[in-house]
Design a protein around this ligand. Sequence first.
Ligand SMILES: [Zn+2]
Length: 496
Amino acid sequence: MTFLRKAFQYCLFTAAASVGSVSFSQYNGAVEPPEHLAPGYHAMTEEQSREWLGILAGPVFEGRGTGQLGYVRAAHWVAGKVAEFGLEPKGEAGTYFQFLPVTRQTIDATQSEIVGAADLKIPGTDFGLDRFINQAEIAGKLSFVKLVGNAPKVEDNLRDRIVICVTDEQNAGRATFMLARQRPAAVLRVVETAPSSAPQLRRPRSNPTGTTGTITKQAATKIAEASGLSADWLNVKADDSTSLNATEADLTLKLRIRDEPVAVPNVLAWIPGSDPELRHEYVVIGAHLDHLGNQGGIVYPGADDNGSGSTAILNIAKAMSQNPVKPKRSVLFTWFAAEEVGLVGSAYYCDNPLLPFEDMVCMLNIDMVGRNEEKPQEPASENEDSLHLVGSKKGDLALHDAIEKANKHVNLAFEFDEEGVFGRSDQANYYRKGISVAFLFGGFHPDYHQPGDKPEKINYKKLVSAARLFYLTAHFAADHGRFVMPKDEKQAEKTE
Ligand SMILES: [Zn+2]
């Protein structure tokens, strides 16, 4: 199907070429952009995209992880670029940033302890938590659990109990997960090595429900003896089976949790519309800037996800600022934070908008437009010029039509079969607010969420084409005005 379409468009291209578009380097079949938008269109280049994405997905920003210095550096770098292009800051207090209320919580081991009856005291250096609820005291009745063998089952109810568990090697990795399903107050797995607590990001819409961690054998032995259990029970022997020992002893984790703010900003920049009557209305163009960052020393550069989208909309920002003709309505560019941890940056913006939603024309989102989709039955070579256009038929179809109109000047091969990913990027939060949206997505490939998602594997022509498509679409949309959701139409009908 794609092949036939391309052959047909090649005929169109040769016809167009014969009327003299010599330096036009878009996909075959594309026609020159409208003259008044041409300077901006041609200001978006592969060369500049390669340079910018090389920085965004390069060593300095270390994969732009939420809560990591690399993300903060990337956000500042983007702010620096848009300032250089002359875009206005639209974040908080005259800056380009909207800071999410994220904190890093760490447990101060020197001021934490576990206490029980008869002066039982375990110092904070003898246990560590990798996940914890935001509570200085976690108390409950004490249970001991031993998990051994294949598919061990604990029949008793552990709800609200403090559980100390010992396991054989086979169950060490999954024990806390298995026990957490019974909703204990806390699970501490006995380990031979010195435990330490992992810092934890506390962010909007996240609410850990359990506390899990590890405890030294020595400390567990002390607790066992204090509650009347023989220390030998904690040893796993060859003929052991899964067992449980519920005690009546009370145990309390006293935690000194330190809470420090972490910089996790959305980046917002604005190009004012040319029409003074209409410029309070605006088109939103978005891309998430964050990726998976540095995880245990392994950097996930996220060149495609979503260095590509971040670079694409940076191209659009520069193009619009340089094009002599501005859109009638304004354009708000948003580089979202914390998308990879659950669309957090866009959710926070939608809950705390800095501009009225009723003035929003539409939202155009770009996430992963730098690679050729690759599936077992679909080699990458078949997807040189294809992108998925997602969600554009869920709202006002006039927006979809505007994208099709823009695509005459780009000629990407659209695919419309990936609606299943609609909820997996930032436009979903705007759609929920009643905004017509469109999401440009390149599809998955073997480097998705892998350390191999590197700049040298990017298809820069496709990236620039995505930018050109939404540059034109944003102009058309900004001249059109608000796209009305079909739901709104029905409501309007009812009230008429
Ligand atoms: Zn992404």
